[in-house]
Write a protein that binds this ligand. Structure first.
Ligand SMILES: [Mn+2]
Length: 313
């Protein structure tokens, strides 16, 4: 196990599975994208950018990598969209059952069907916070229910789905959409209270599926379908900080990074965004003491269906 690559090049002691609070699963998948190809290159570009990022976070005055981040083997299933979704579902669930804070880097958005399914099986009353330019509510597209255009249809039926930043959809998706739980970009632009309004719709347990095309193409051009009128950096961070502070975020995925091989700002933004989200997640956690066993110290263990400690003291 020596010389195994670690997330962001962190020291091996923080990269071991046993010591890590967070697991990062790369999913280099681009099987169903319709226009801009290249999301399969997303995880590698993200990891390389992460290795060139400073690991002290000024805002939270923390070095969250010390909580441990385990870089899992990439999921490379490519035989069919359905097989990819099932593989993501199983691998994600496996790490949740190990009481880890599970995160994924894609890869196109269809992988989230599998990650959301796993989280929904493991956490009660799950809210799925979808940050995205696209509604992605089609029950089926090009012959598959596991197409990226269908990324949150299942979530709309089985979870408390909240959609933020939406500015592109098909009229047929209107009938599936819940008007109280969709926040269109053009309305957010004139509603100074949109962040509170979104959080008011949430249950306590929140999984975030963050399609990077939610961001404005001026700050993140390298994505499959760049839509004008997206979120900017500091409003995105402020919103995420509030969600992490007020809710129990149980995991997240970042999808649709399509590096162009030349400009590096998009993968660097994704790397920084990921690290910010970890910094917010573990900001108010007590660091485990030297030599202390962190097994069972998972920040959301009490809400995990597989944890039974409250009944057994
Ligand atoms: Mn999208």
């Amino acid at each position: 196990m020596t010389n195994k690559r670690t997330y962001a090049g962190i020291p091996e002691e923080f990269g071991r599975l046993e010591a890590a609070m967070t697991v990062l699963i790369p999913v280099p998948y681009d099987g169903t994208s319709t226009w801009g190809k290249g999301a399969d290159k997303g995880p590698e570009a993200f990891l390389r950018a992460s290795e060139n990022m400073e690991l002290y976070d000024i805002e939270t005055d923390s070095e969250v990598y010390e909580k441990g981040v385990y870089l899992a083997d990439p999921i490379t299933e490519k035989s069919s969209p359905e097989a990819l979704v099932e593989s993501v579902h199983q691998v994600t669930k496996n790490y949740i059952n190990k009481k880890k804070f599970v995160t994924l880097i894609g890869g196109e958005h269809s992988l989230s069907i599998g990650s959301i399914r796993a989280f929904n099986e493991c956490f009660d009353n799950l809210t799925v916070l979808q940050i995205d330019a696209h509604a992605d509510l089609r029950p089926e597209y090009e012959g598959s229910s596991c197409n990226h255009a269908c990324a949150v249809y299942e979530a709309s039926q089985t979870t408390n789905l909240i959609q933020v930043g939406i500015r592109s959809m098909d009229s047929s998706e209107k009938s599936i959409m819940n008007p109280d739980k969709v926040f269109f970009a053009h309305e957010m632009a004139t509603n100074e209270y949109w962040m509170e309004d979104v959080i008011d719709q949430m249950t306590q347990n929140v999984f975030i599926t963050f399609d990077l095309d939610a961001l404005d193409p001026s700050i993140l051009p390298s994505t499959g379908t760049p839509e004008p009128g997206g979120l900017l950096w500091y409003e995105t961070l402020e919103f995420l900080r509030r969600v992490f502070n007020q809710k129990n975020v149980v995991g997240f995925d970042l999808v649709e990074l399509c590096p162009d091989g030349v400009n590096k700002q998009s993968e660097f933004l994704a790397a920084k965004l990921y690290y910010k989200m970890l910094s917010y997640k573990f900001n108010d956690e007590e660091a485990p003491l030297e030599g202390e066993d962190i097994e069972g110290e998972s920040p959301f263990s009490k809400l995990n269906k597989f944890k039974e400690d409250e009944d057994y003291d």
